[in-house]
Design a protein around this ligand. Structure first.
Ligand code: SF4
Length: 411
């Protein structure tokens, strides 16, 4: 969007890309828009993103909104050119359910020159009962292998050391492509086609669908990071069914066991929802149990938020105070899990990808802080963002691991 706006010669515009995943996300977006109007009275405020796509009228009705742009329209250079020429209507929202292509020219994005996110898939064909996302993002559609490999090559040439494959539902990548290749095939093709890529990481996977090619490449390719984030959502089978997820708790266990069998050091993350309608204490405990048994470490805990228009919004709701308590419970368990995991890594070696301020991430996505003490302290400038350095994992410091460079340590 920024690139399109710049090439159309636009300046003094503010783009607000709204999120619809929870009520709170929408509340914060509205607040941000009001604040922006106050801070930049002259700027044109363009409101886009999933919340704007799903409920365009209410976002366009905000007095602070100048232009409301749909999720597909925002990716079209013509929208921004029309805007620059004063020809864009105040509200332009195409039917996202009709979109069949990924705007591949826009898939790469950079976070300094260290880690880059590459969107390989967009939209979702599933209909989990709590989720509004498919109505904001449209049907599932995949970038071609050739486009993805070319994008990866460009990003690496521009200095990116680690690429994260992202999308709304990357497990469904390939289902709209001839021969329906699975995500594992894409990963193999990337690693084979771009040998100079140091690190590849995956974003959220669906444990419902075993992918043999992915398991094979996890076992054979050190450049695929041993870190898998799973869209688990719950540990109770009845709740999973009410969510209309396609997996049960035992599928999560099976997925984790298989991945660990292939790659001993694999670390799991998971999204978990607390307080889904009808969740009782036993169901909540089932989530805790699954987290422990599958040894899920990097947890993203969400309190259930009823989204208007979804089936879950019609189900018997749980009291807010109970949701809050269960969220706190699960977050505390997440901290415990992470701490336990970090301690198991102490004394080992790994590669640290340095980001800013002497911090970075290890292969299992553990946060790490570079500790330069004594004579090493003067060597700070040797270590720059984007460097991959071999380190010894020394001690746990809060939610991170303190590490020392391998060479500096032995020097
Ligand atoms: S698979 Fe993910 S994006 Fe698709 S409906 Fe379910 S939760 Fe939403």
């Amino acid at each position: 969007m920024r690139r399109h706006a710049e090439s159309a010669g636009l300046n003094d515009v503010v783009i607000v890309n709204t999120c619809a995943v929870t009520k709170e996300a929408e509340r914060q977006a509205r607040q941000a828009i009001r604040k922006l109007r106050h801070e930049k009275p002259q700027a044109k405020i363009i409101v886009t993103g999933c919340a704007a796509q799903i409920d365009p009228d209410s976002w366009a009705a905000m007095p602070e909104t100048d232009i409301l742009l749909g999720n597909e329209d925002k990716l079209q250079p013509a929208s921004w050119q029309d805007l620059a020429q004063g020809q864009l209507p105040a509200k332009q929202v195409s039917d996202i359910m009709q979109v069949r292509e990924v705007a591949s020219h826009l898939t790469g994005s950079f976070e300094d020159h260290t880690r880059g996110f590459l969107q390989v898939q967009q939209g979702c064909d599933h209909r989990c009962t709590f989720c509004i996302i498919p109505f904001g993002r449209g049907p599932s559609r995949s970038s071609s292998i050739a486009d993805v490999v070319a994008n990866v090559r460009n990003m690496v040439a521009a200095g990116t050391k680690e690429i994260v494959l992202s999308g709304v539902d990357i497990t469904s990548w390939g289902q709209d492509i001839e021969n329906r290749p699975r995500l594992g095939v894409l990963v193999q093709e990337i690693l084979r086609g771009v040998p100079e890529l140091p690190r590849l990481r995956l974003s959220s996977l669906d444990p419902a669908e075993p992918d043999h090619a992915l398991m094979e490449v996890l076992a054979s390719e050190a450049r695929l990071m041993p870190h898998l984030h799973l869209s688990v959502q719950h540990g109770d089978d009845m709740i999973l069914k009410r969510m209309k997820r396609r997996h049960l708790a035992r599928d999560v266990m099976r997925f984790c066991e298989e991945a660990r069998r292939r790659r001993r050091d694999v670390v799991f993350g998971a999204d978990i929802i607390a307080g889904f309608p009808t969740e009782d204490d036993a169901a909540h405990q089932a989530s805790c149990q699954l987290i422990r048994e599958a040894d899920l470490v990097h947890l993203h805990i969400f309190g259930f938020s009823a989204r208007q228009g979804t089936p879950a919004a019609q189900m018997p709701q749980i009291e807010k105070s109970v949701i809050k308590r269960r969220v706190a419970d699960l977050r505390a368990l997440g901290e415990e899990q992470l701490e336990g995991h970090l301690h198991t890594r102490i004394g080992g070696h790994d590669m640290l990808l340095l980001e800013t301020g002497g911090r970075g991430h290890l292969s299992g996505f553990e946060k790490a802080v570079l500790a330069l003490k004594g004579h090493q302290a003067g060597q700070k400038q040797r270590y720059q963002p984007g460097q991959l350095i071999a380190v010894t994992l020394q001690s746990v410091r809060g939610d991170a691991i303190e590490v020392v460079p391998l060479l500096a340590r032995s020097a």
